[in-house]
Design a protein around this ligand. Structure first.
Ligand code: PGA
Length: 254
């Protein structure tokens, strides 16, 4: 059985003080929650303080980062290495988010290197894939996602995939737009992704990988999305900035 993962992507929101306030409030609201992994991905500047706050309260909330640079150390001005994240207790690292691909211009090759670097440091990449509205309307959604998977995972073994990877399907047209994919559309793509994994690594490996959905997930749609057989959790942007909303999403089972 795959344990669902609900991860909050705070994007470029919250300074380090606000971040600690938010995570404390969230921790209180999640008391007693079982059977769901919850992670928060604050900006780099808040990771250290959020890590300490989680440790002080013995919180089960896991720490995630929003990005990483794929080198152990060196002359990479402005970048953060996998080891620096690991040293703070980071477990998950978002890789290939569409905002980085579309706004910052990250290419598939860099995304692939980041995913490997995270794995090799003993953390788990949350690899984001998804199509634009234009690609969906032209019937190219599946081929786009297939291409992104092939580019990012060509060097991965079955063992690595089964224990060290989370995939998030995030249709770009649904991110921050209030326009959510229907549970059926999201299920269809997640099922395609699992089928792709099964073709390459076998059914057993494919059945172990958590495949999330992301894009305008809210308390009132989280339950029906995550009830789908191949949707194993959510990557939540906007709604993760409100402790009450995010906690309600994490309690999607009621
Ligand atoms: P959203 O963002 O929930 O605000 O649509 C999701 C994401 O970008 O991961």
């Amino acid at each position: 059985m795959r344990t669902p993962l609900v991860a909050g992507n705070w994007k470029m929101h919250k300074d380090h003080r606000e971040a600690v306030e938010l995570v404390r409030e969230l921790d209180g609201l999640l008391a007693g929650l079982e059977g769901v992994e919850v992670a928060v991905c604050p900006p780099f500047t808040a990771l250290s303080d959020v890590a300490r706050a989680l440790e002080d309260s013995g919180s089960p909330i896991l720490l995630g980062a929003q990005d990483v640079y794929p080198a152990p150390e060196g002359a990479f001005t402005g970048e953060i290495s996998p080891r620096m994240l690991r040293a703070l207790g980071v477990r998950y690292v978002i890789v290939g988010h569409s905002e980085r691909r579309e706004i910052i211009g990250e290419k598939d090759e860099l995304v692939a290197a980041k995913a490997r670097a995270v794995l090799e440091e003993g953390m788990v990449p949350i690899l984001c894939v998804g199509e634009t509205l234009e690609e969906r309307e032209e019937g190219k959604a599946v081929s786009k996602v297939r291409h992104q998977l092939e580019a990012a995972l060509s060097a991965w073994t079955g063992d690595e995939v089964s224990t060290g990877l989370v995939i998030a399907y995030e249709p770009i047209w649904a991110i921050g737009t209030g326009r959510t994919a229907t549970p059926e559309d999201a299920q269809e793509m997640n099922s395609f992704i699992r089928g792709w994994l099964a073709e390459r690594y076998g059914q057993e490996v494919a059945s172990e990988v958590r495949i999330l959905y992301g894009g305008s997930v809210k308390p009132d749609n989280a339950g029906e999305l995550m009830a789908m057989p191949d949707i194993d959790g959510a990557l939540v942007g906007g709604a993760s900035l409100k402790a009450g909303d995010f906690a309600a999403i994490a309690r999607f089972r009621g």
